[in-house]
Design a protein around this ligand. Structure first.
Ligand code: ADP
Ligand code: MG
Length: 711
């Protein structure tokens, strides 16, 4: 059903085809409804009028009441011209000196001079509104708005809308936007339908939509604005969560999964032979997974845990449950180095269980590969560890029941889907996705809102804090000496160089120069330096990596390829070159490579000469905390959720218009809890009272890809 909201923006009074094109292209406003839902991004208090003498150039916007003392016209070459010459289009600049009882200032115009000049005549008084700045050491304003002196209204907040250069030159000013929004409201409000059921407004104490829309654009006071903002944010987050949770309900009802009621002998044997006690968090997560596997519904669980929190053990024990119930399990890792490492670790844990594991990667030879394929098909291999090689069509399982994916964001959607299709009898296996990129809770609720999320929020005992410091070039020699001391104690060090794709060539140059310098500082035969980067052959990489893992090399110079998962407990120093060029979560991942052994570990952030304020803040945060979730939260606040590493791929399910995942976490949690409560009472939203909810969820923006097949 079409409503006034759906009216093409072109037909809104005051718009027309030319402005409509601008609004469409610059702001994505196609309909009157789009305009009504385009909220001001900030508000200006137009109730205060300042004295000229009190103006500070840092102020965002100011109002002064000034009398024109002098108005002069200048041509492009700077020569003063007469008012007469304005009609020959010679005027380039109109400079007006205004004054009040406290002082004088200049206001300047470059455009619309023909219109301004006859109005801004000496002796006339106006209310000027604009952004102050300093020019040649004095305060002035360029292109202020001006109005009758009594235009200052008391207690009125004026909305400021997003603008672009094209909008401005196309004549769509802030003032015009206000006018357009006002007529848009006039058009839609009389027939506006409330977008939340009455009972929700009651229970949650929300203001009606018509009030909210009017107040968000034209607030009568701060209090009304706050109520309007809250209502609109709540609604946005509520519908987002409702749509995610509804999908989750549907999936958990429909998705048939393999029932795995037993814990099994293999699990128990492995558990009893563990060299350490599981942490409370590990135990809790394993319990959550066991519950999922029992039920006969397909599990779709995201396991988040900081670097070193012990996710591998959880993966192994989960796999053993599947195996104990007569199924097979697979563990897919993003790189060969990691797959190797997982396989070596896991083999140790599996030794007492009698379960057969195998490793399948790109470098598995043809004969071994054939043997593995056969073992998977006849079921003699219980657990297969590997890389992308696992998803090839030639890999066929007898009874794949559980697929575990490590470091999920490195895999594409397509690749994961192919793994899911290998389940026994065409039924999707249970899925456990592990990630060490801590995602803030609010973001996880949204990105993975339809998945179950487990968090390992406790580190195994014995993990020593990593001391982090940030130093400049003047400490480079000291840094090398420090590494020499650590090597003398039998320790190893990482030195990491940034690799940013846009300037790959330049980055390799950095890496190569860095490597030469490191070799000079740490000459053979006393020292061995390994190097690993993306442009090496697989053999070279494996050779150098193995040398470092085995302790034959003292130092590993590399790009960020070592970021993920590599475990060298003997390494005690992580040096990160040009640290300001890394994102926070990347720095955190890198730092997680040390502090795994018994010794004290160090992370040295080397910074360049010129570091922006923003980057310095990031580096300071790294020195201040080791908590990955805290870092992720801060990262999100600094950069906005869209830019968070590891999340670009998946993207946010819908664009948020007014709420912010970074700042509105409390509203989000409340909205999610409330949405869940509503679905508990009416899972399919069939009750008449929920008709509005069901109708809203049928809108395009909520009908999206099924994330259960993706993550
Ligand atoms: P990540 O979560 O980064 O994958 P790992 O699974 O690699 O972490 O575990 C990091 C290290 O901690 C490994 O050496 C592992 O053996 C050890 N570890 C795991 N769980 C425990 C525990 N409960 N107690 C002591 N050490 C543990
Ligand atoms: Mg790991």
């Amino acid at each position: 059903m079409k409503t006034a909201m759906d009216t093409d923006i072109q037909y809104l009074p005051g718009v027309g085809p030319r402005r409509a094109a601008l609004l469409r292209n610059e702001l994505g406003v196609n309909t009157v409804g789009d305009l009504v839902r385009l909220y001001p991004f900030r508000y200006i208090d137009r109730s205060t009028v300042q004295k000229i003498a009190d103006i500070h150039p840092d102020q965002a916007y100011i109002q002064v009441i000034g009398t024109v003392l002098k108005a002069r016209l200048f041509a492009k070459n700077g020569a003063e011209i007469t008012a007469e010459q304005v009609k020959y289009n010679l005027a380039h600049r109109l400079s007006v000196i205004i004054g009040d009882d406290s002082g004088e200032m200049e206001v300047v115009f470059f455009k619309g001079i023909k219109w301004m000049q006859p109005r801004l005549v000496p002796g006339s008084t106006f209310l000027f509104f604009g952004k102050p700045q300093t020019f040649n050491g004095r305060i002035n304003m360029v292109h202020p708005e001006f109005d009758a002196p009594d235009a200052a209204r008391s207690g009125v907040l004026t909305g400021v809308y997003t603008s672009t250069e094209k909008l401005k030159t196309g004549g769509i000013t802030g003032k015009l936007m206000l006018k357009l929004v006002s007529s848009a409201l006039e058009l839609v409000l009389p027939t506006l339908e409330e977008s939340l059921p009455d009972y929700i407004l009651q229970e949650k104490g929300l203001v009606p939509l018509s009030f909210a829309l009017r107040q968000i654009h034209f607030p009568t006071d701060q209090n009304a604005l706050a109520k309007a903002t809250y209502r609109l944010k709540f609604e946005e987050l509520f519908y987002l969560q409702l749509s995610l949770l509804k999908q989750k309900y549907i999936r958990s009802r429909n998705a048939v999964g393999f029932a795995m009621p037993r814990v099994g002998e293999a699990f128990n044997r492995c558990y009893q032979a563990l060299p350490y006690e599981l942490t409370g968090a590990q135990k809790r997560v394993i319990k959550e997974i066991r519950e999922d596997l029992k039920g006969g519904h397909q599990m779709n669980r995201l396991l988040q845990g900081d670097v070193g929190s012990g996710k591998t053990m959880v993966a192994v024990l989960s796999a053993l449950i599947a195996i104990g119930n007569g199924y097979q399990a697979c563990l897919m890792a993003p790189t060969e180095v990691l797959a190797n490492q997982h396989f070596n670790n896991i083999s140790k844990y599996l030794a007492p269980t009698g379960v057969k594991a195998a490793l399948l990667t790109g470098s598995t030879g043809a004969a071994a590969r054939r043997e593995i394929h056969a073992g998977l098909q006849d079921g003699s291999i219980g657990l297969i560890v590997g890389t992308h090689a696992l998803i090839e069509d030639t890999v066929v399982f007898k009874a794949l029941g559980l697929a575990i994916v490590d470091e999920q964001h490195r895999f594409g959607v397509e690749q994961r889907a192919r793994l899911w299709s290998k389940g026994a009898g065409g039924i999707a296996p249970h899925v456990l996705v592990m990630t060490a990129t801590p995602i803030p809770r609010t973001l996880a609720m949204t990105l993975y809102g339809d998945l179950d999320v487990s968090v390992i929020d406790e580190m195994p005992p014995g993990r020593k804090p990593v001391q982090t410091l940030c130093v400049g070039e003047n400490k480079r020699i000291a840094m090398y000496n420090f590494i020499r001391d650590e090597i003398a104690k039998g320790r190893q060090a990482f030195i990491v160089y940034p690799l940013i794709f846009e300037s790959e060539k330049l980055d390799y140059k950095n890496l190569e120069l860095g490597y030469e310098e490191v070799i000079k500082q740490f000459p053979q035969p006393r020292y061995q330096v390994a190097i690993v980067h993306g442009q090496q052959s697989a053999e070279d990489k494996a050779f150098h990596m193995a040398a470092f893992v085995a302790g034959r090399a003292n130092i590993l110079v590399s790009t960020t390829v070592i970021e993920v998962g590599v475990d060298v407990p003997n390494a005690s120093v992580m040096v990160i070159e040009s640290a300001e060029r890394f994102g926070l979560s990347q720095l955190h991942q890198l730092r997680g490579r040390v502090g795994r052994g018994a010794e004290r570990s160090f992370c040295i952030l080397m910074k360049g000469y010129k570091v922006s304020k923003e980057s310095q803040k990031r580096l300071d945060l790294m020195c201040a905390t080791e908590n990955g979730f805290e870092i992720a939260e801060e990262d999100m606040k600094m950069r906005g959720p869209g830019d968070l590493e590891g999340t670009q791929q998946s993207g946010l399910p819908i664009t948020l218009n007014i709420a912010s995942l970074a700042r509105d976490g409390i509203i989000l949690s409340d909205a999610r809890g409330y949405a869940s409560h509503i679905l508990d009472l009416d899972p399919t939203l069939e009750k008449p009272g929920n008709a509005v909810l069901a109708a809203e969820l049928r809108k395009d923006k909520y009908v999206r890809k099924d994330y259960s097949k993706i993550s």
